[in-house]
Design a binder for this molecule. Sequence first.
Ligand code: ZN
Length: 279
Amino acid sequence: MWLLPAQELGDVDQALDTALTYVNGVAIYALSHAERAAIHAVYQLYDALAGQPHADLTPAILNTARSPLYAAYDQVQIGGRLAKLRERILASTNQCPYCGFGEPRDLDHYLPRSAFGELAIYPRNLIPSCSPCNNAKRTVVPGLEPASGPSLIHAYFQELPNVEFLRADVTFEEGTLQVQYRVDGGGLDPVLTTKLQFQLDRLKLNDRYKGQINKFLSEQRAAMLMFREIDAVLFGEYLMRCANSLGESFGRNDWRPALLRALAANSDFCSSPADYLGT
Ligand SMILES: [Zn+2]
């Protein structure tokens, strides 16, 4: 959850040519040498800016090419001339980096193509995401100034310190386990804390995790109760080991290890897990 390795760029010129040429070989739009060089420069600047918006990403020299590049994104759809690019990006992960559980079926433009048409087919501006996250994010349009408001973190470029920041608050109300996630800013830069919490809120992850948590705990139930029966004293330690193991697979700030850490620290849960896990 949260981060993915940046996409390989592949042959940028070939992708541009494919995008801007009809199947019969006729050019939709013939890029000049200067425009092609400007696109390369924009792509490099995008990486240097870690995907954050900047006026130099929309240079005047691309005013004419911007619209055909914007339209070229249609070729990244299923059946399009750049469908292989789509397949490659979607195949790079089996779960959406925004929520950590959804199946990636959409490509999210981190910087929206409406404002940054020249980045419409740039692989590092395309984040594999599930449809609910993509739809929820659609309304988040980063301004030209990074300071204009929080945006979501960039799955390819955001640097996250190696600390635990995702906390699950666990309570037991009216016969059911209630879990609320929040970002603990103790070891984080305050701007990053705001962004991460904004992401949790904007994507409505606390609501969307409810069904996932039920499913996850029902899968864990038999092993948990068996271990608790064998060794009640070390049950919390067992949960922490499970959390660490899941953290190695999904990242230590994934919702699953955060939940297990919270359960391990909850004495009521550890003394009688069967009461919380249902039948
Ligand atoms: Zn998602």
